[in-house]
Design a protein around this ligand. Structure first.
Ligand code: ACO
Ligand code: OAA
Length: 377
């Protein structure tokens, strides 16, 4: 009697592994909700801090809760001297995602409550990471440009403070708002690869820092968060809007993946793209610069060509990559900004995993050699 071959779901495609109350991606209607609220409404009406509270606590904060949340986040922003020294010793060629991964791992080693996995302890750690990650990203951004780090400014909101720490100035509120919209859109996306990674690590009852460190590693890859950087490299490679179609034909002929396009869940368009594209278009209009207009034309031409040639739509990384460039960030900062936002979703999932934990351990269908004896003697 031959055993029936197991059904294999490569890449876990289409597999439902657990329930979640944090967000849902409805591919049929291209919609996304966080705790039931449509993401486009959150992007239109909320601050990133309110969305972080929503993801962690299940509800938007009232005025008093928001004040307390902001005060705690602002107080936790500075890095201690040891962390700053450790990060300053990393090679200057080190990718900022490696800097962040090291920073989170180091935060864990310094935290005497590292192994306390209670909800209360994990909330404190999550807030501390939310507050400190921008300080790390901004210090590293400045280091790449030969500049000394700037201390966080507790009078500024999350998004404004990040600009201040990177550039020593806060831009026009319209630019800050576009940035904040990107943070809201990047905050959470159900069982994506990095969140699933965090849940796998958490399912072994390992600590939150280990789960977040692993999630950063998963996000770094160009098939996931690293795509927002790859988008900008690709636009630079094409250079000329006139060449978009020809470049795409050559790339597709060599089976190259076009960065910022396609999605495992959305097959007819990512629900977040129209909101981010509108925000990016506002940055383009505001710049009123021929080079920016050229870049935006190239961006639009490639999008149209990809949809018409392959029927494959852009994902959030496509407009976000261009937006971050227009805001003045260098390319290696793009995926770390994604981390500054997704830390909210990851840590909400870590809590949810712990509340109903089951060790995550799938099976593999073995296709190696039959059992055999070791070579003699
Ligand atoms: C925030 C985020 O993480 S969003 C994702 C960011 N990643 C990217 O932008 C990287 C580029 N995109 C991709 O590599 C893919 O679309 C993924 C990894 C995101 C999704 O991949 P999957 O769900 O596994 O789809 P899969 O790779 O099987 O694609 C199905 C078909 O569409 C093609 N396809 C999908 N995306 C692309 C793309 N970006 N460029 C070219 N072809 C593509 C595949 O080649 C495949 O074609 P085939 O059936 O002829 O072999
Ligand atoms: O859901 C996914 O697979 C990837 C994604 O868009 C995200 O993590 O924001």
């Amino acid at each position: 009697m031959t055993a029936t071959a197991p059904e294999i779901h490569r890449g876990l495609s289409g597999v439902v592994v657990d329930t979640t109350a944090i967000s849902t991606v409805i591919q049929e209607t291209h919609s996304l909700t966080y705790r039931g609220y449509p993401v486009q409404d959150l992007a239109a009406r909320c601050t990133f801090e309110e969305v972080a509270h929503l993801l962690w606590h299940g509800e938007l904060p009232d005025a008093e809760q928001l004040r307390a949340f902001q005060a705690q986040e602002r107080a936790l922003r500075p890095l201690d001297r040891t962390t700053a020294e450790v990060l300053a010793r990393l090679p200057e060629t080190c990718h900022p995602m490696d800097v962040l991964r090291t920073a989170v791992s180091f935060f864990g080693s310094e935290d005497p409550t590292e192994d306390d996995g209670s909800i209360a302890a994990n909330r404190t750690k999550s807030l501390s990471l939310l507050a400190k990650l921008p300080t790390v990203v901004a210090a590293d951004h400045r280091r790449r440009h030969g500049l000394a780090p700037l201390q966080p400014d507790a009078s500024l909101g999350y998004a404004e403070n990040f600009f201040h720490m990177c550039f020593g100035a806060v831009p026009d509120p319209a630019v800050v708002r576009c940035f904040e919209i990107s943070l809201i859109l990047y905050a959470e996306h159900s069982f994506n690869a990095s969140t699933f990674t965090a849940r796998v690590v958490t399912s072994t009852l390992s600590d939150l820092y280990s789960a977040v460190t692993a999630a950063i590693g998963a996000l770094k890859g160009p098939l996931h968060g690293g795509a927002n950087e790859a988008v900008m490299h690709m636009l630079n490679e094409i250079g000329d809007p006139e060449k978009a179609g020809e470049w795409l034909d050559d790339a597709l002929a060599t089976k190259r993946k076009i960065m910022g396009f396609g999605h495992r869940v959305y097959k007819n368009g990512d629900s977040r793209v129209p909101i981010m594209q509108e925000a990016t278009d506002r940055l383009v209009a505001r710049a009123a610069d021929p080079d920016v207009t050229r870049l935006a034309t190239l961006h639009a031409s490639l999008r149209h060509a990809m949809i018409s040639r392959k029927g494959i739509h852009p994902n959030l990384d496509y407009p976000a990559g261009l937006a971050y460039h227009l805001m003045g960030f260098d390319i290696p900062t793009f995926t770390p900004i994604f981390v500054m936002s997704r830390i909210t979703g990851w840590t909400a999932h870590i809590t949810e995993q712990l509340e109903h934990n089951a060790l995550i351990r799938p099976l593999g269908a073995y296709n190696g050699p039959e059992q055999r004896p070791l070579p003699g003697p």
